[in-house]
Ligand binder design. Sequence first.
Ligand SMILES: [Zn+2]
Length: 184
Amino acid sequence: MNKLLYKTSLALSICLIAVCTACAQKSATETQAKEAAAKVKQNTGTPATATHLPKTTKKMEWNKLTKEEEDVIVRKGTEFPGTGKYDNFYEKGTYHCKRCDAALYSSDSKFDGHCGWPAFDDEIKGAVKRLPDADGQRTEIVCAHCGAHLGHVFEGEGFTAKDTRHCVNSISMVFVPAGKEKKS
Ligand SMILES: [Zn+2]
C-alpha cells in the first residue's frame, strides 16, 4: 500500500515538473516572439509608398511633415473642400511638392474648377504619376519623384481645351512665386 502511494506521488511529481517546464518554455517563446515582432516593427517604420519609389529617391532629403500633411501626403487623405490655401489663388508661379520640392504644376495650367480644390489642366512634364486608385474607379495622382499623394485626375469634363482636371490637395503643395525659384 505504501509502495503504491509512493509510486503515485512520484508520478504526480513528475507530471508537475513536466507541466512547469512546459509553462516556462512557453513564456520564454512568447517573450522571444514579442521581441522579434517589436524589432520588425522598428525596421519597417517607413510609409507603404516607399517600396514603389525609384531607387534614386533619398528619404533623408525629404521635408519633415506635420500630422495634417502626412494624413494627405502619406495616408492619402483628402482635405475638406474649400479649405485649401490654393483653392482660390491665382498668382503667377510654380507649385512644388510639399515633401520633396519637385516642381509639379505651373500657375499657367491652373483654372477654377468650382470644386473646392485647386485644379490644373496639365502637369509639368514628367512630374506627376497616375495610378489606379484603391477605390477601383478614380485615377490617383502622385509626385513622380517621391510618391507623395496629390489628389486625383479626371478627364472628359470639358472644363478647358485640354479636357483634364488635376484635382490637387493644397496641403500637398508649396507655391513658389514667379522669379523666386530656387536655382538647383
Ligand atoms: Zn515629391
